[in-house]
Design a protein around this ligand. Structure first.
Ligand SMILES: C[S@@+](CC[C@H](N)C(=O)[O-])C[C@H]1O[C@@H](n2cnc3c(N)ncnc32)[C@H](O)[C@@H]1O
Length: 244
């Protein structure tokens, strides 16, 4: 069974050329990126017991990577990065941009169960703003988590399915402030934190942390929030292998 929703991938392919334009349709991703990056680095530092921002020797896969907004800073910090995306044009733009940035990133086209092989294994897996665009979230999380090394981390960010998320992430963002192209999100596809946690637990991952994010549309800023009723990010951990 595929996790790909073809109409979503067609839409992302049409947007690929605008991906690195920080005032274009991908502006919200550019705005939240430094907050997400800081969160990912903090989780890695705490969980792996290494200095904040030192990713040397870590294997990271960014699933649904778009054209590489998160892959690039992670590779620049020393990680060995694989970026996976089902939209071929995103992968083409990502490769071109990484070349221009002088970064070596292994970009692969496809969904995780196709793009990642049985020998692929990662210390950190990222699912950033992607689960709300896929078919069958538990299968997508399972296909991804199968590649997580013992003791590894999975970090996922997405949008909760609440009345407030309908009003802010769809009505306000797509129709009032026009932050995102109309049709970017479907409310029914949003994922509640408990659904994400259930999918992760089914793969043997334990919740470690979760936090709400707030997007301020007029200011084009993002900051942490005390609630998770719209955007949120969560970390799950896989148990370390026991010595025989
Ligand atoms: C909203 S974008 C997020 C991009 C990136 N993670 C970020 O936050 O900067 C969602 C991305 O997920 C990709 N995608 C959607 N469904 C997918 C699937 N089943 N497998 C792999 N990639 C998928 C889309 O092509 C798109 O690039």
């Amino acid at each position: 069974m595929s996790t790909i929703r073809s109409e979503e991938i067609a839409r992302f392919n049409r947007l690929a050329a605008t991906w690195w334009d920080s005032s274009g349709p991908m502006r919200p991703l550019h705005v939240i990126n430094s907050l997400r990056l800081d969160y990912v680095l903090a989780q890695i530092a705490r969980h792996c017991g290494r200095p904040h921002g030192d990713l040397r020797g870590l294997r990271i896969a960014d699933i649904g990577c778009g054209a590489g907004l998160m892959c690039e800073p992670l590779a620049a910090a020393g990680a060995s990065v694989v970026g996976v995306d089902a939209a071929a044009k995103n992968i083409a733009v990502a490769r071109l941009h990484a070349n221009q940035s002088g970064l070596s990133i292994d970009y692969r086209e496809g969904e995780p169960n196709v793009a990642l092989g049985p020998l692929d294994s990662f210390d950190v897996l990222l699912l950033l703003e992607v689960v709300e665009h896929v078919d069958d979230v538990p299968a997508f999380v399972a296909d991804t988590s199968a590649r997580l090394a013992p003791g590894g981390l999975l970090v996922a960010s997405t949008i909760n399915r609440t009345l407030l998320s309908y009003l802010s992430a769809i009505l306000a963002a797509e129709y009032v402030f026009r932050l995102l192209p109309k049709g970017t999100h479907r409310w029914s596809q949003f994922v509640k934190p408990e659904e994400l946690a259930l999918a992760a637990r089914a793969c043997g991952l334990q919740p470690i942390d979760s936090r709400g994010m707030l997007y301020l549309p007029v200011l084009h800023r993002a900051r942490w929030s005390t609630h998770q009723s719209v955007n949120y990010i969560a970390t799950f951990g896989k148990e370390k292998a026991h010595a025989p």
